[in-house]
Write a protein that binds this ligand. Structure first.
Ligand code: SF4
Length: 458
């Protein structure tokens, strides 16, 4: 059966909920945000409409994360506050899903018995069915260890009309010691290329101009697939197929793994007109010693070789990265190695995180080697200063250049200006005159800062 038809057939519309309001509260990464769009889609099929905030909602879904700092504390703090939310209106329903639910299972119910449904990451397409069952039978928990239906096949309500995420793969076969993903999202499963291409075409028909391919390890896409007995489709072949879609103007992807970058993928980024000139290479640490403790599968020298390979093929590429500061056992010398690699790599932007132990990960058990908060905070600031300096210099290369800018939204800080992104992914500000959200306009970069560019319409 067609997957979408199968999902629709699972949704038994409950007349008592038609016209009610739902809200999805999302913590964490893009994968979670995308799952939330799917959950919204299923709630709308069920006859509900989106509330502007949880205050106006009858049904609230909390999509949890376990990766970021203090995520567990934040979750249980939030659930504590939501007990009050439930009591303020009759028959409100509270659902909890996402990585924390998958990891903690019954613990969520023990700590927050007022939650109506606890659902894991592998069975999201059952969400409406579970809501119905909880109406009849009371609170319930359904966590399964194997994926039933790729959640990406579910209908979705997107946050943007012009940009969309497309999941190409779920799960991860790696075992980074700081990460909970392999245990809560399972082994890698790639979607078939034809399904991905069809979804992208459908999105373009709906007005989407930019897609971001999502997966935990996108550049190992396809290694689990065998199509018609032939060799697996590599990520670069998928990019080629997507590049041919008429009307699809921009293709981005996140997150790749440095160890799996092949020259052919970078050649594709260079060659394919619609694939953006941006590559994310999550360093995590520049120290070979720490990288080994993280089980990252590369060392300092191998990472530098990857950066060299990428820059040799595309000298002006925008490189971005993720770094964790203060991993257990990180010495000053280890941290200095990180600063050296950052200095060498000349990233445009680095997403920095202070190490925070996540229960269920191997790093959580390295307690003997935890580093004091003072040391972590000091290193974090030093890294931030260095990267701000590098970003400031790097962004200057755009000054007086012409760029194509996709207008995304009104700036949060100034209602007179729009923000958007140029091809390399840099955040760019522009006056609202004569342009609208969703336009792709030719602009000139007239000023730069370490954090964003300023542009004028050409
Ligand atoms: S590659 Fe490592 S950090 Fe990324 S999802 Fe897999 S285990 Fe987690």
């Amino acid at each position: 059966m067609d997957q979408l038809v199968e999902i629709k057939s699972k949704i038994q519309i409950n007349p008592s909920r038609v016209g009610k309001k739902y809200f999805v509260k999302t913590f964490g990464c893009q994968m979670n945000e995308h799952d939330s769009e799917r959950i919204s889609g299923m709630f709308e099929l069920d006859g509900m409409s989106k509330a502007i905030s949880e205050e106006y909602a009858d049904v609230l879904f909390v999509n949890t994360c376990t990766i970021r700092e203090n995520a567990d504390d934040k979750l249980y703090g939030t659930l504590g506050q939501l007990k009050q939310w439930k009591s303020e209106k009759d028959n409100r329903k509270l659902l909890v899903g996402g990585c924390a639910a998958q990891k903690d299972k019954e613990l969520v119910r023990q700590k927050a018995p007022w939650v109506d449904v606890v659902i894991g990451t592998h069975n999201l397409t059952n969400v409406v069915d579970l809501l119905n069952r909880s109406e009849d039978w009371g609170p319930l928990t359904e966590i399964i260890d194997e994926i039933e239906t790729l959640p990406t096949e579910a209908p979705s309500i997107r946050e943007s009309e012009y940009s969309a995420w497309v999941t190409i793969q779920i799960g991860c076969n790696n075992s980074c010691t700081f990460c909970i993903v392999p245990s809560v999202r399972g082994q890698e499963i790639s979607r078939r290329p034809s399904d991905i291409v069809n979804e992208a075409k459908k999105l373009v028909d709906e007005g989407v101009k930019e897609i971001t391919l999502l997966g935990q390890n996108v550049n190992s896409y396809g290694r689990d697939l065998k199509i018609e007995g032939k060799a697996r489709p590599y990520f670069s072949q998928l990019l080629e197929q997507l590049n041919d879609i008429k009307g699809l103007e921009r293709i981005r992807f996140t997150s790749p793994h440095p160890k799996d970058f092949k020259a052919e993928t970078i050649e594709s980024v260079k060659k394919l007109k619609n694939v953006c000139n941006q590559v994310h290479v999550p360093l995590q640490s520049g120290s070979s010693n720490i990288l080994s403790k993280m089980h990252r599968g590369y060392n300092k020298e191998r990472f530098i070789e990857k950066v060299d390979m990428i820059r040799k093929i595309i000298p002006d590429v925008s490189l971005t990265s993720d770094i964790i500061v203060g991993f257990p056992g990180e010495t000053e010398k280890d941290f200095q190695d990180t600063l050296d690699v950052v200095e060498y790599s000349k990233f445009d932007l680095v997403y920095m995180f202070k190490f925070s132990p996540r229960p269920g990960t191997l790093a959580y058990d390295m307690k003997d080697e935890f580093i004091s908060n003072d040391v972590i905070n000091d290193r974090f600031l030093r890294l931030k200063d260095l990267q701000t300096d590098i970003s400031e210099k790097r962004y200057k290369r755009f000054l007086n250049t012409e760029q194509k800018l996709l207008i995304e939204k009104t700036s949060k800080k100034n209602s007179e200006i729009f923000t958007g992104r140029i091809d390399g992914g840099q955040l760019t500000h522009i006056s609202k005159d004569n342009i609208s959200v969703g336009d792709i306009v030719n602009v000139k970069i007239v000023d730069t800062t370490p954090f964003y560019l300023k542009a004028e319409l050409l």
